[in-house]
Design a protein around this ligand. Structure first.
Ligand SMILES: CC(C)(COP(=O)(O)OP(=O)(O)OC[C@H]1O[C@@H](n2cnc3c(N)ncnc32)[C@H](O)[C@@H]1OP(=O)(O)O)[C@@H](O)C(=O)NCCC(=O)NCCS
Length: 151
């Protein structure tokens, strides 16, 4: 599945992840998540490719990876992870196109509610998601490592 966009001053495509995009995704995540991502990108990607690989969506401009999002659906809720756009390509609608695409794919699976987490100190991300219709909800976020990946 691929959609082409010419939003703002740049043209880009939104496509399902494929192996040829590995280096581009690694560079994107290094730029966007180097302070928070502890699990090597190769492991994160391999795990995602084993489960719902169609929910791993990237944006490309020419041969370059410029954005990413990973979705997941557990049969009750959808979740978003790894939402990032290259600094040099932000504010051009790329993030919006990525989220809209994964929202559509989640809805096709029967998902009716999508959740996500934003780390403290990232007000820009909150504004971005609010722009897309997401609301800050009164919840306590909890987690527990059980085994394997620590992404
Ligand atoms: C958040 C992020 C993915 C947004 O990507 P993007 O391609 O720039 O987003 P869009 O161009 O689609 O922005 C859509 C709207 O969201 C809002 N928005 C996006 N970035 C914003 C910012 N830094 N400050 C305020 N509002 C912002 C604006 O309303 C924007 O519309 P506008 O540009 O016409 O004003 C990008 O800034 C990013 O990669 N950040 C670093 C990684 C990150 O924090 N990811 C989220 C983890 S939870």
């Amino acid at each position: 599945m691929s959609d082409n966009f010419a939003a703002g001053p740049i043209a880009f495509s939104v496509v399902t992840y494929a192996d040829r995009y590995l280096d581009g995704v690694k560079a994107l995540w290094t730029e966007s998540f180097s302070e928070t991502q502890t699990t090597p990108a190769e492991l994160v990607i391999a795990a995602k490719l084993a489960i719902q690989p169609d929910l791993f969506v990237i944006a490309t401009a020419g041969d370059s990876v410029i954005g990413s999002v990973m979705g997941g659906y557990d049969g009750h809720r959808g979740w978003l992870y790894a939402v990032a756009v290259l600094k040099s390509r932000r504010r051009n609608g790329v993030g919006t196109a990525l989220i809209r695409e994964v929202e559509t794919r989640l809805a096709c699976l029967g998902c009716t509610k999508i959740n996500l987490q934003v780390r403290p100190g990232n007000p820009a991300a909150v504004l971005f998601y609010e722009f897309l219709g997401y609301l800050v909800e009164d919840r306590v976020s909890m987690g527990k490592r059980v085994h394997g990946l620590s992404a």
